[in-house]
Each structure stands twice: as C-alpha cells, then as structure tokens.
Design a binder for this molecule. Structure first.
Ligand SMILES: [Zn+2]
Length: 339
C-alpha cells in the first residue's frame, strides 16, 4: 500500500488499475529531513531534496547522463575476469549473487567506464554502481580502474573516478584486497605522465576503496553530506571507547581536516570539473601535460603539487554552496550554536 492507494483509492482505483505501467513507488522519503519527495521532481533536481538540499544516492546511469555533455559518452566494455575464484558461498553462492546483480543492473560488474566531454573538455570517467553489490571492489572493478587509467594515458585525457562503495568485495577475499595496490599503481601511471587525476567522493566511500585510489587524487571533490571513511562510526566508537565529534566522517568534516579539497553540490559539478581540468592542463594557467615520463626531480614535483593546490584553492573559493534555508550541514549547525 502506498500513499496513493491509501488516500485516493476509492475515487481513482479503477484508473490506477487500468494504467498498469504507473510505478508503485511515486514517492520517496528524504533520509535527512523525512520530507516527502515526488519521484519525478527528484529526478529533475538530480536526486537532491527540495526541502533540505540533502543529496540522496544517485543511480550511476543518471549521474553520467548529466555529467557528460549532451548525456553522450562512449561506454567502454569492462575487462572480463575469472568469476568466483574462491568458489565462495555464504547463505547463497557468490556466482548466484553475481548473476542476480547482473540481471538487476544490466551490468557486468559494479563499474561504468565512460569516455566523453565535460563542458567541451575530454575526460575518462570511472564511476561505481552502488546498486551492484554495494559498489564493492573485486577483481572486475580493480581491472576496470586499471583499464580506465590506461585509456586516459593512451588518449592523454584526464581521469576522474567517482567512488560509491562499501569497500572490498568480501566474497573474493585476498583477491579483492589485491585491488588496492593495483589501483594505486594504475592512477600513479596517470600522474606520472602529468595528467590530472580527479576524485569525486560520493556517499558512501568506505573500506578498501577509501584506503586506496580514492584518497590519492590530485584534487578531491566530495558531495555534500557524503559519508567518507574507512571503518564505520560505531565500530570506531566501540574500539576507542570515546564519543566521536558531530559530523564525523562527512564530506564537510573532511574538508575542515584537510582530507578533501572541496564540497561540490551536484548542480555545480560539471562546471567545477571542467574548470579544474582547465587549470591543470592549460599552459596559460600554469598546468602542463608532460610527454613521456616527464621531469621527476623533487623541485618539479613540488612545483606540480603547488600548481594543483593553487588550482583547488581557486576553484574551491569560487564554489558557492546554494542551499535552502533548512539545510543543516556542519558549518550551519556551528553558526547556530554560536548565535
Ligand atoms: Zn530533505
């Protein structure tokens, strides 16, 4: 029983029944303010709450359609990997879980690698699909990140990775843990030829993903309110037996503590990504794409770091967070407490 059938059923029951294609879930509850959100409005607002500005999880297909110019991009085929190397079984066989996830999402694994343009700038994007086994990183995801990095180097395009992941895929045991160093090496290839490697952290970015490639970007962007951390808050609290500060592990908290460069709301992400690429690749603004191995001397590296941090600072200060008045991110709460 949904809202519609509970309240209007006597009058329009026959009408609703006649239109079988009308989806059952027309309304969604905002997990932050509990306001009711109409699905169609939600889609138009890029899955952000119209009451409080909360950024709900966003299906990867919709995200990429909005991110790329005209919604167009080349969707690269993911590399094939041995399925279920450990013949793993919990309550269900891992191969069956994979089969179900593939049927539900129409995808081979928890990753989409797209090549296209953002505001006219070429880019390779590797985005996680959280709906596929919680976006967990197994061999296929690791291999896809390696492929995306190789593609970026081959085409001389910047690389953007958009994690949305619960961490390593436990059904692949040590094989999934091996993806941590592999992905680090992959993104290092991109950096070594002087191409920008950007990360857009989304809710949630945790476990082995946050402990590997997701935290070594040239610039870290994050979505408002995104949960970013290694272990969960409860686990940490129980281990250290201390209360953790408010807003702990949120994107805003990590900006304050230097792990993330900027929080970028969805309606500004395209513009910010394009500007960052501009800063980091246009010779006139100090960026430089190196050919071959590039100058790896300490002073050259220091200069590169300085250029990147200046670019992040310039873009971060230009990002104006527009939120409705009811929003309560960490900064607003703090202000309220001091008033
Ligand atoms: Zn809300």
């Amino acid at each position: 029983m949904n809202w519609l059938s509970n309240f209007i059923r006597p009058k329009i029951r026959s009408l609703v029944e006649a239109q079988k294609e009308v989806p059952d879930n027309l309304w969604t509850k905002c997990p932050s303010c509990e306001g009711m959100l109409f699905q169609r409005d939600l889609k138009e607002r890029m899955n952000t709450c119209s009451h409080c500005g909360h950024h709900l999880r966003w299906p990867v297909t919709e995200r990429l359609e909005i991110l790329f110019d005209g919604g167009k991009y080349q969707n690269l085929k993911l590399p094939s990997v041995p399925a279920d190397p450990l013949k793993f079984k919990d309550r269900k066989k891992y191969v069956d879980r994979l089969k179900d996830a593939r049927e539900e999402t129409g995808r081979d694994d928890a990753m989409v690698v797209g090549v296209g343009q953002v505001e006219g700038r070429d880019i390779v994007v590797a985005a996680f699909d959280f709906d596929f086994q919680g976006g967990s990183m197994g061999t296929a995801v690791g291999e896809s990140i390696v492929m995306a990095a190789e593609e970026a180097v081959k085409r001389k395009f910047p690389l953007l990775i958009i994690p949305a992941s619960g961490g390593a895929r436990m059904q692949e045991g040590a094989f999934s843990l091996m993806q941590m160093p592999r992905t680090i090496i992959a993104v290092q290839m991109v950096k070594e030829v002087g191409l920008p490697y950007l990360v857009l952290l989304t809710d949630p970015t945790t476990g082995g993903v946050s402990a590997s490639f997701a935290m070594v970007g040239d610039i870290h962007m994050a979505e408002p309110g995104a949960m970013i951390g290694f272990a969960g808050k409860r686990v940490i609290q129980e281990t250290i037996r201390e209360a953790l500060p408010e807003g702990f592990q949120t994107a805003e908290y990590l900006v304050e503590h230097g792990m993330v460069d900027m929080v970028v709301p969805r309606d500004q992400q395209r513009a910010v990504i394009a500007r960052l690429i501009g800063f980091l690749t246009d010779k006139s603004t100090g960026g430089k794409v190196k050919k071959g191995k590039g100058d790896t001397s300490i002073s050259a590296r220091a200069k590169a770091v300085d250029t990147k941090s200046r670019a992040a600072g310039a873009v971060a200060s230009a990002v104006v967070v527009k939120m409705p008045t009811r929003v309560t991110p960490a900064a607003t709460r703090k202000k309220a407490a001091h008033a």
